[in-house]
Design a protein around this ligand. Sequence first.
Ligand code: ATP
Ligand code: MG
Length: 437
Amino acid sequence: MLLSKLFIPITKDLPAEAKIKSHQLMLRTGMIRQSSAGIYSWLPLGFKVMKKIEQIVREEQNNIGAQEMLMPTIQSADIWKESGRYDDYGEEMLRISDRQKREMLYGPTNEEQITEIFRSSVKSYKLLPQIFYHIQWKFRDELRPRFGVMRCREFYMKDAYSFDLNENDAVSSYNKMFCAYLKTFQRLGLKSIPMKADTGPIGGDLSHEFVILADTGESKIFADKRIFDVPIDKYKNNEASLKKMRDDFSKFYAVTDDKFKSEDFDKNVKKGDQIQTKGIEVGHIFYFGDKYSKAMNCSVDSKDGKKTFVKMGSYGIGVSRLVAAIIEAKYLNEKMKWPKSVSPFDVVIIPAINKNDNSNLEKANSIYEELKIKGIDVLLDDVEENISNKFKKHDLLGIPYQIIIGSKATKDQFEFKEIDKDSQMLDLNKIIKLLKN
Ligand code: ATP
Ligand code: MG
């Protein structure tokens, strides 16, 4: 893409309403624009990053055999009355009525909807286990939407639902998801900690929140710092190995504040290993047994012919929140740096453009064409503007690699720079190799 043709409405001023870095940067670089309180439009740059995150989330769900589908944003109130949550959910639920005066709602989550789908067509244990997921907009009428897309009212979530015959199998579905989450966040360049958590309005008795460390986070974390050293790549994708992975993580104390007790913390973690800090919740998983299947009469015939209520779990990832969470985790010394896996572009070419001399721009153009042929997603900053302003702009945009075409460039050697590192003079083949790596 040519920067001159791209809609990135960068603003110089610090937006007054934005209290945290990610919100400021997302507004300043024109990734999002508020439409009304807690509701945002995603502009091209923000949308591109969110779609890359979504794709990684999708691949890791597919890896554990979860099946993608798509449920609607608008749901009928009837199924929520069956589960009993229509009244319990409270004011966070946006209730609507249609022209026939039917009660509808904008889905804050989909346990009821998926249970209704499942019970209508699955009658036998032979079809179990099943895991479904969708990536869809949700609406929760948060009392105080804040921090941009971090806590908003309309947000994009991956939510998955598992169905099993008995508790044992259900826990093994839970373990698969537990591991898929750790891998997902790792691929997004984040270190997440799975923390034992309360189940809240979803109900049930087994639950973990996945939290990444950030001073601006709203979750309080109490953990044994050794939990950070549990390796993720070492575990294979089979049941025993996934159980082992969850067990290895569970050896270390890590809880949210509703589960925190200082006596337990001191008993389980020696002083030097205790960390008490703040983080951002990026995912949350629950096992809740037959809470919904019982209320909504969702059963299958088991082997001995008896009807059994299926055992369910649900698993959420805040896809839109992750865009902001990655910024919070990566922004350092007034510079942004996107992890390669989700960066809006692989590399940016920055030529020093001189009014009377086109040679840098021409050089930049030919590199640009070459990189495109090689399948590299490249941005060319062809805007006529002072080079130091350009650098400031790219500090905000955070594309991890830059090719600078200025006084140092020779006929076939160009300045190649990874943000936060010293630049080096390289020929184009070397540059391509590095970018392809
Ligand atoms: P929180 O504790 O942050 O309010 P929650 O526990 O209500 O979140 P879940 O129902 O567990 O949220 O939703 C799954 C994921 O969706 C969360 O881990 C989070 O990443 C994301 N999420 C939840 N609420 C919001 C929101 N208001 N804005 C953006 N993302 C959200
Ligand atoms: Mg939660």
